[in-house]
Design a protein around this ligand. Structure first.
Ligand code: MLT
Length: 253
């Protein structure tokens, strides 16, 4: 017998979608598949203890030189001057030994901006993408059920325009939620050929031109990580390793 669906799932878009998720106090999954969500997930997977999203390069720069901190980010896809890393998950994999136990401070054009928009309310925020779709779906559902919240998947988009790769990430997570709740979510299934879909997007074309070809194909994979980045006290930590800590309570209505 099927499990009755008890948690509503919606897919919304961009900063406006994140603000709406915040108004609903939903469990909010921010999806920037190329590449912010992949970078956050990979940083935690290779052993960083925390990823702190900040809005501007100047805010990020303030952390340079702080012991145990690494500064990463991009503008128009390019690594920022003086930063340790770009917004590149493959770069983090190559330098994983440095990151172990450290804090990564990250600023990106769209991903971290949308995370900030979602922070407006008493929201639970996760970072998700195709790479950790199943793990994110399970964690989001567990949190939503425990807290009596809905789930909103926010496809971050590119400068407020629709980004097909982010929507694909949302559809992959929605597909897992659909199976977990045994109920249809009103969207198309996760695309079968993520590599082709990602490679044809404007974001990927830009990354190819900048020499980040490996990042595109690294990000266009499904369910390779169990890590679920959860925003707690201003930084993403791996949900599960910090499960004992209380999740912020929903405001009384
Ligand atoms: C963003 O947050 O705008 C993207 O992750 C950009 C990028 O791929 O570097």
């Amino acid at each position: 017998m099927g499990i009755k669906a008890d948690v509503k799932v919606d897919i919304l878009f961009g900063e406006a979608g994140a603000e709406e998720a915040a108004r609903r106090e939903a469990v909010t999954v921010v999806i920037d598949a190329l590449r912010a969500s992949a970078t956050i997930t990979t940083a935690l997977a290779v052993g960083a203890q925390k990823v702190v999203p900040v809005g501007t390069p100047e805010e990020a720069r303030a952390y340079l030189g702080r012991p145990g901190h690494f500064v990463a980010g991009e503008r128009r896809g390019m690594k920022l001057p003086g930063f340790h890393f770009g917004n590149s998950p493959t770069e983090l994999v190559r330098h994983g030994h440095l990151l172990r136990g450290g804090v990564l401070v990250l600023t990106t054009t769209n991903g971290t901006r949308v995370v900030r928009a979602a922070r407006a309310g008493n929201t639970v925020i996760l970072a998700g993408t195709t790479l950790n779709a199943g793990a994110v779906a399970r964690a989001a559902l567990e949190m939503a059920r425990r807290e009596g919240r809905d789930i909103v998947l926010v496809a971050a988009g590119e400068d407020e325009a629709h980004a097909e790769e982010d929507f694909a990430g949302a559809r992959c997570i929605a597909g897992h939620l659909e199976r977990l709740q045994n109920t249809p979510v009103a969207c198309e299934p996760c695309p079968a050929d993520l590599a082709s879909l990602f490679a044809e997007t404007p974001s990927a074309q830009e990354l190819f031109e900048l020499g980040y070809r490996d990042d595109v194909f690294f990000c266009a994979r499904r369910d390779v990580y169990e890590v679920v980045p959860w925003l707690k006290n201003g930084g993403f930590v791996a949900y599960g390793t910090h499960q004992a800590a209380p999740i912020p309570r929903r405001r009384a209505e």
